[in-house]
Design a protein around this ligand. Sequence first.
Ligand code: ADP
Ligand code: ADP
Length: 224
Amino acid sequence: MASVQIRGVQKYFGGTHVIRGVDIDIEDGQFAVLVGPSGCGKSTLLRMLAGLEEISSGDIAIGGRTVNDVEPKERDIAMVFQNYALYPHMTVFDNMAFSLMLAKTDKALIKERVDKASSILGLGKLLDRYPRQLSGGQRQRVAMGRAIVRNPQVFLFDEPLSNLDAKLRVQMRAEIKELHQRLRTTSVYVTHDQIEAMTMGDRIVVMRDGVVEQQGKPLELYDH
Ligand code: ADP
Ligand code: ADP
C-alpha cells in the first residue's frame, strides 16, 4: 500500500492546456475514483500517475517518493485497462504470468502469485483457456489478475467496465470492491459514470475541464 500525492500538476498537449493545476491526496489503502465528463482529463491524469504521459509541471509522489522522472516499469503500480489488452495467443495462465516472466521472476513464485490471483478471481478452472474462449467478465478478471500478480503498491483502473453490459457491470463493481476489501491496495479508478463513482469510491474526485471541481468522501460531496 502507498499514499498518492498530486501537487500542482498541469499538462499541455501542444498549446492545449488539458490539466490546469490539480491537487489530489489519496491515503494508503483508499479507493479513489476520478469522475467527470468525457474529455475532462481523467485518463491523462491516470496516465501521468502510470508514467505513460509526461507531466508539464507539478509533482506526483507514490509512497512518499516523487516519481516525475521515473519510468513506468520502475513505478510500483499496475494498470487495468478498458480493452483488457490480453495477449490472444497466450493462455490465461501465461497472460497473468507474462510480466513476471519478463521481469525474470522465479518460476515457483510466478506460479504461487498466479494461483493466488486466480483463486481470488475465480479463474482457477480457466487457466488453460485462451482469451477468445472466455466471456467478457472472465476476460476482465484476467486483466485484473495480471495487475494483482505484480503485487503493486497502487492499482490504476482506466474505465475497466465500460465495455461490459449493464448487468455484468454491476456485478463486476461489487467484485472489484470485494477485491479491494481483501487486498486493501491503494486504488485510483477512472469512470465517467457518477453512480459507479458513488458506489465504489471511498474518496471521490470530481473533475471538469482539467481541474478538480470537488473531492471528498461520497457523503461530503455537494450536488449541483
Ligand atoms: P477523459 O479521460 O476525461 O475523457 P482525456 O484525459 O482522455 O479525458 O482527455 C483530456 C483532453 O485532452 C481532451 O480534450 C483530449 O482530446 C485531449 N487529449 C488527450 N490525449 C491527447 C493527446 N495525446 N494529444 C492531444 N490531445 C489529447
Ligand atoms: P509488452 O508491453 O512488452 O508486451 P508487458 O505489458 O507485459 O509486455 O510488460 C512491459 C512492461 O510493462 C514490463 O516491464 C512490466 O513491468 C510493465 N507492465 C506489465 N503489465 C503492467 C501493468 N498492468 N501495469 C503497469 N505496468 C505493467
